[in-house]
Design a binder for this molecule. Structure first.
Ligand SMILES: Cc1ncc(COP(=O)(O)O)c(C=O)c1O
Length: 366
């Protein structure tokens, strides 16, 4: 068949990223008018007004291409984060940057070390570059097993992905363990610290990846405007990386990979620092209330530093379906004994708790 000759054989058997259910699908199935989507770790509020105004103002100028160098945004990030302009890369979501980093480093057969379960894009980029997966299971507490990850590094390892906090479990790696790990990562391995949920973290023992960035060792910190800054639909993320890595990424990326609206939205979203603090506090409180309810209902959960909670259940398929009937969409992982539940606004948390109460009443223990 012609397609077999045309399409690279490594792609055979791979499946596309499966997004969560859409609100319209669930509305139809459940018959509920108001659907609560807690499946994609999105922020429940829209972008801050400053960003919305700036983005609206730029719409009339979309006949022009974006600034291909995203100079204003990168300059602002560099100033904020106290790194050089040349050490900042921006991407169409941090997702694109994760792929670009893999693209500039991996050769077929190279090994990629990452924890599992973790962010699904790590295996995806490993697959498309025909590299080898070295998956290290999370420990008994559903957190990264850094000793085991360090043990898994070989001469063939080129990238280690460290998702901190981890998606889907919300767990973090703490400073002492991280520093021991860092000492064990060889100088010729790219350590990519994915901090997509950085702004939600309150644990004082959290090791800010940027603190370990010196522009010399191959360490990259990736963050995003999709979560705390409510710009998931816009697609903009950034990576702080040594200059040679940023230069290599520049050679592989699309010339205009971050669109004009995204550059402007991210630029202004950063300014409302008071709102970030307010959101962090509110998220922490709503997460506490949700976990308290889980305790009452006999649902297990993993301590989270993010805007989602990994809820443990022996009946994930039934609980997932029963929640859908309540009009609440969470993230399932097939038969894995857990569901990921996003944190919403205070009224949304109340509704999430009511939905879980109804499900437990219906199914008995979960
Ligand atoms: C751990 C982690 N990294 C990266 C991303 C990618 O985010 P984006 O491409 O929207 O910046 C996500 C999104 O869910 C994530 O959970």
């Amino acid at each position: 068949m012609v397609w077999d000759r045309l399409i690279r054989e490594e792609l055979e058997g791979l499946v596309p990223y499966a997004p969560g259910l859409r609100v319209s699908q669930v509305r139809e199935r459940s018959g509920k008018a108001e659907i609560l989507k807690l499946s994609s770790n999105e922020h429940p509020s829209g972008p801050v007004p400053l960003a919305v105004e700036a983005m609206t103002a730029v719409l009339t100028r979309l006949n022009r291409y974006p600034d291909g160098g995203a100079v204003a945004l990168r300059r602002k990030l560099a100033d904020r984060l106290n790194v050089a302009f040349e050490q900042v890369a921006v991407g169409n979501g941090s997702n694109e940057l994760i792929r670009l980093l893999a693209q500039v480093v991996l050769r077929p057969g190279d090994e990629v070390v990452y924890a599992w379960p973790s962010f699904v894009v790590y295996p995806m980029v490993t697959n498309i570059l025909n590299a080898a997966h070295v998956r290290v299971p999370l420990d008994a507490a559903d957190a990264h097993d850094l000793e085991a990850m360090a043990d898994a590094i070989t001469d063939k390892t080129r990238i280690v992905f460290l998702c901190n906090p981890n998606n889907p479990t919300g767990s973090i790696v703490r400073r002492a363990a991280f520093e021991r790990f860092l000492d064990r990562v060889p100088e010729d391995v790219l350590l990519v610290i994915d901090e997509a949920y950085f702004e939600f973290v309150t644990d004082l023992e959290f090791p800010d990846g940027l603190h370990y960035f010196d522009g010399e060792r191959p360490l990259v910190v990736a963050r995003t405007f999709s979560k705390m800054y409510s710009l998931a639909g816009l697609r903009v993320g950034y990576a702080i990386a040594p200059e040679p890595i940023v230069r290599a990424v520049d050679t592989c990326r699309e010339p205009f990979n971050v669109n004009t609206v995204a550059q402007v939205g991210a630029y202004y979203a950063m300014d409302d620092t008071a709102e970030v603090v307010r959101r962090r506090d509110e998220n922490q409180e709503q997460r506490r209330l949700l976990c308290e309810a889980f305790d009452r209902l006999g649902v297990g959960w993993v301590p989270s530093e993010t805007n989602f909670v990994y809820a443990k259940t022996e009946r994930p398929v039934e609980v997932f379906q029963a929640l859908l009937e309540e009009g609440v969409i969470v993230r399932d992982f097939g038969n894995a004994p857990a569901l990921r539940v996003g944190i919403g606004t205070p009224p949304q948390t109340a509704r999430t708790i009511e939905a879980f109460e109804a499900v437990v009443a219906r199914l008995g223990s979960v």
